[in-house]
Design a protein around this ligand. Structure first.
Ligand code: VNL
Length: 393
């Protein structure tokens, strides 16, 4: 991009004056490709940041740093996960001062949405590794997504419920964009299949207390409860579901796999056993690619089990590397985006494609049951819906 538009992005002459002038390397070919990785490394969604950061380092360890003749350099920034203005400001600083060639990360939808205009203005590719609201990829022609969308992950569990004798189901989702997407997708598919939804609940994003909501679900005498909560929240839901005696009242718990997040699944204990979810990644996924990934991840992060967020980060790095190979190391934003769209490969999660038109991910979605194996809890996949695209809401 021109230095003029980089300056415009800063939006303040004082900031421009304060920006240090960076020494430019003499040989362009030798300059590293800089990736500005913005993640929630602290705050309520820090597990998402930790998972993706570890996965990015795992990918570099497994594949090396040189791609398309260029060395990859990652600049990690912590946006704390809860302040869209902070994420946008960090993205602007990365683009203007650090001259990053790619923006990546984005743990939650509001953070990705607030940054989309920066990518557009700077003409810098923005790889969304986590956030899952459908609309995100439409907010900038420079956005590509390696995570998932909520409707994509929700439709299969709505089908599963309708096909397995559930006719009356309550919904409980976190009250922000991905929760609304998930609620709408579940409602559409489940009612199309003849199911009834007598109770729709939305829980707050900040400091949620699930107990009063779950009490209402218990009183509604439904057969099942569908839940979407963001990564990190599942253990709290599970604890309250147990303490309120919903299982004893005959209510089945189902959801997207955000609920039975591998990062915290083991902490949930027996109440989680038998919970059915649909999702694109389980650490227990049975493939050579996944076994290799889990082993490599554990070398980088010995105390963590890789979760679905981590795989979005891992595949995001691969997408950037594929793009650079496609352009022979040229970092022009439009050329990079064009080189990344349409790419397919075998991920630890299974086969994936970055759709050439939408720039969104197409992937298999699995139906899984929580089971105890060798003393640990796992999401065991027992059915697979191949190559699901975002159905919208
Ligand atoms: C989002 C979607 C975030 C699913 C999540 O965890 C999640 C989002 C932090 O789009 O904000 O599991």
């Amino acid at each position: 991009m021109s230095s003029l538009s980089r300056r415009r992005l800063l939006g303040s002459a004082a900031l421009v004056a304060a920006a240090p002038s960076l020494p430019r390397p003499a040989i362009a070919q030798a300059a590293p490709v800089r990736i500005g990785l913005i993640l929630p490394m602290t705050g309520p969604f820090a597990s998402t940041g930790r998972q993706i950061d570890a996965a990015v380092r795992t990918w570099l360890r497994m594949n090396g740093e040189s791609h398309g003749g260029r060395r990859l350099e990652v600049l990690l920034r912590d946006d704390t996960g809860v302040a869209p203005d902070t994420t946008r400001r960090l993205a602007q600083e990365l683009v203007v001062r650090e001259r990053v060639n790619v923006l990546a990360g984005f743990g939650l939808t509001p953070l990705a949405l607030s940054t989309a205009p920066v990518a557009t203005e700077a003409r810098v590719p923005m790889v969304v590794m986590a956030a899952g609201t459908s609309i995100i990829v439409q907010r900038s022609p420079f956005i590509l997504r390696t995570s998932f969308t909520l409707p994509q992950q929700t439709m299969p569990i709505a089908d599963w419920a309708a096909s397995n004798g559930i006719t009356s189901c309550a919904t409980m989702v976190t009250d922000y964009a991905p929760g609304h997407d998930s609620e709408a997708a579940f409602k559409r598919r489940f009612t199309e299949r003849g199911g009834q939804i007598p109770l729709e609940l939305r829980t707050p994003l900040r400091n949620p207390d699930y107990a009063p909501f779950l009490q209402r679900v218990r009183d509604a005498r439904v057969q099942a409860l569908f839940v979407f909560v963001p990564s990190g929240e599942g253990a709290n839901v599970m604890k309250q579901f147990d303490e309120r005696g919903l299982a004893q009242a005959g209510i089945r718990l189902i959801g997207t796999g955000d609920l039975t997040d591998d990062d915290i699944l083991n902490e949930m204990g027996d109440p989680a056993i038998g919970v059915i979810t649909s999702h694109f990644y389980s650490a227990a996924h049975d493939s050579p690619e996944n076994r290799e990934y889990v082993a490599a991840f554990r070398q980088i992060a010995p105390n963590m089990r890789p979760n679905f967020m981590s795989v979005g980060g891992f595949d995001g790095m691969r997408l950037i590397a594929e793009g650079l190979r496609g352009t022979d190391g040229n970092t022009d934003g439009q050329r990079l985006v064009d080189a990344m769209r349409g790419k397919s490969w075998m991920s630890p999660r299974g086969p994936i494609t970055i759709d050439a038109n939408t720039r969104d991910i197409v992937q298999d979605v699995y139906i899984r049951r929580v089971e105890r194996r060798d003393g640990q809890l796992w999401n065991i996949e027992f059915d697979r819906i191949p190559q699901v695209r975002d159905p919208g809401t």
